[in-house]
Design a protein around this ligand. Sequence first.
Ligand code: ZN
Length: 423
Amino acid sequence: MFGRGSFMGDRMHDLVLINAGELVTCAGSGGSDEEKLGAIEDGAMVVDGGRVAWIGTARELKRKSFGRPKRTIDADGGLVTPGFVDPHTHLAFAGSREDELERKARGESYVSILAGGGGIQRTVRETRKASARRIAEESSERLLQLVANGVTTAEVKTGYGQSTREELKMLQAIEILRKRSGVEVVSTFLGLHAKPPEFGDPVEYVSYAIRDMLPRVASSRNRPRFSDCFCEEGVFSREGCARYLRASRELGFELKIHADEFADSDGASLAASAGCTSADHLGRSNAAGVEALAKGKVVAVLLPGTSLYSSIPFADAREMARAGCTVALGTDLSPNSWIESPQLVMGLACTGLKMTPAEALLGFTVNAAKAISRDDVGSLHVGGAADFALHSVPGYRFLPYRLGGSYVKSVFKRGREVYSRAD
Ligand SMILES: [Zn+2]
């Protein structure tokens, strides 16, 4: 394993973690998923300056000489994992739509709710009405829920502003959220989310996004790393998304795409030809598209919580694994699919997508980090971020096995405790 047993010296360290019954690093080497997990029985870890300084077994730790740490964390024989990385959220918005769940349960379709001014357009109206500070305030409660469920890095998309001014306000809201959260927030400009009512034709809106929104977002002081679009029949066409992604690339953005969620729009192959970092949803992607994702090293981000919420097909995770795709998982936390638990999503990944528990955990850690172009989070290795979560279950296989509960005891971001469950 990378960095295991490296020299620590004898100076005082910030933090020592002991007594981890199973310390899963997600930094293992080897071909199998179990090897990639790099699990250490009776594990220990030393943290300095927010980074992992040493990692190994308790027995190895005893043989090292070092002074008293400032703080010792006893994992009590439980599971310790890297902090989860949520690579796909829409958690920045104002308002809520809890009544729509009831309407859908009574048989009304999303399309009819949307036609009556509900659905996404309701969130757009409420988000436009709110100040950046108000959006950040409402969103921070949701982000805290993710943190309490083990998340230390979350991607957050814009997309409910749908005009240059309102999208810049959303970026400002995400920046406020980032500053006050204590965890890491990675922002994405979702320029093509849905066509706002003031535009008659999606093609016209794509041109507006390219001509007006993208350059202003690119030169904004809250410039995000990623640009994203929604490629779906009846939303934005493959051709429109291709134009948008080309323009985004020319402005130096890294690319993401919502593809093939409800129908096969050949979005997976577009993700590969456009050079996207990740392609997300992929419930209906065709086999050639999946092959293209693997060949193009595009991370496949699967969102089984949304499939469950919206009664749409689960992505074919087995076919993706066979093709050699890097598969990540996300919550897709949004006003339409308000999902705040990585553990629940991992459970759905195993029951619905037939992923193994090892694949599911890699999906919410090291592979999710790849979906946001990061290698310093999502795994525990010397020199990497000391982002980790202590769980009250004995091993990682319990995470997808126990559905609906929460077993996170405490969460550390760069060596600092950001959540602790009151016992
Ligand atoms: Zn999404």
